[in-house]
Design a protein around this ligand. Structure first.
Ligand SMILES: NC(=O)C1=CN([C@@H]2O[C@H](COP(=O)(O)OP(=O)(O)OC[C@H]3O[C@@H](n4cnc5c(N)ncnc54)[C@H](O)[C@@H]3O)[C@@H](O)[C@H]2O)C=CC1
Ligand SMILES: Nc1nc(O)c(N)c(N[C@@H]2O[C@H](COP(=O)(O)O)[C@@H](O)[C@H]2O)n1
Length: 220
């Protein structure tokens, strides 16, 4: 199967949480780390999140720095990275910031048509999978549309599915200097969890940034 190079970028607290017990977005990264995230976005063909992240954070997922946007153009990439939501049941709100030119919502064939109709003017709809988005199928579709480098910005359940399916090549984890706590607060990877065989990572780099640490891991 052809698929893009896939990497996850996430910020977590010192205790491994990516948001609070009430799924509220927490500023974990400092200024330096946010600049690094913007650079990763600018160097990607597409950026993807799960609909849980859209509902919790309402992210824009655009390249923020004008200099980086211009640099992309100089390198022949005339458009900004695609913004993609894995959204099996088309729950993305019709006023979500992610919508607009360059946005694609991947839904399953069971997504209600009336919800799709609300979204159609703001995005392209990609249908794949019967009940849930078929992620390997989506990867192939994105590859066929020219996506070679895909950045995944969470959340916890999408991270789980991609890792479980062996679709992730690299993970950047920024560990910030705070503790969030809470058994129900999302961690980097949620889902049911692995039982016997645990994916192994090899450490590529460690860097001190702001008041935290950036780890770059490669998946075997
Ligand atoms: N600190 C950080 O770097 C980040 C933190 N977050 C936090 O993560 C939380 C959101 O994470 P989650 O609730 O886990 O939602 P999520 O963003 O992982 O989305 C999960 C949803 O994606 C959809 N989906 C479609 N196909 C799927 C598939 N094959 N596998 C899994 N999901 C699929 C489903 O509707 C599922 O409910 C929020 O609280 C947000 O603030 C999110 C991104 C980054
Ligand atoms: N890198 C990083 N650091 C944090 O502290 C964060 N809370 C997040 N969250 C992710 O960034 C998205 C927001 O994107 P926009 O600024 O709206 O473009 C959010 O949805 C999470 O994916 N990331």
């Amino acid at each position: 199967m052809n698929r893009p190079f896939v990497f996850i970028n996430s910020a977590m607290s010192a205790d491994g949480k990516i948001s609070s017990r009430d799924r509220r977005q927490i500023r974990i990264s400092g200024k330096e780390d946010l600049m690094r995230v913007d650079e990763l976005r600018a160097a990607s063909d597409a950026i993807m999140v799960g609909v849980g992240t859209v509902l919790a954070d309402d992210p824009g997922l655009r390249v923020k720095s004008r200099i980086l946007r211009e640099k992309r153009k100089d390198m022949g990439q005339l458009k900004e990275p695609f913004r993609i939501v894995a959204d099996s049941n088309a729950r993305t709100p019709a006023n979500a910031k992610i919508l607009g030119p360059g946005c694609m919502i991947a839904v399953s064939y069971s997504a209600p048509e009336e919800r799709l109709d609300r979204l159609r003017s703001g995005c392209e709809i990609i249908k794949c999978g019967t009940e849930m988005v078929d992620l390997p199928g989506l990867m192939e579709e994105l590859y066929n549309r020219g996506v070679r480098r895909l950045m995944v910005e969470g959340g916890a359940r999408l991270n789980w599915s991609l890792i479980e399916l062996g679709l992730v090549d690299e993970i950047y984890i920024y560990i910030g200097g705070l503790i969030i706590g809470g058994e129900r607060a999302p961690s980097l990877v949620d889902g049911p969890g692995f039982r016997n065989s645990f994916p192994r990572l090899s450490l590529q780099s460690v860097q001190r940034l702001d008041e935290g640490l950036l780890l770059q891991w490669e998946l075997h």
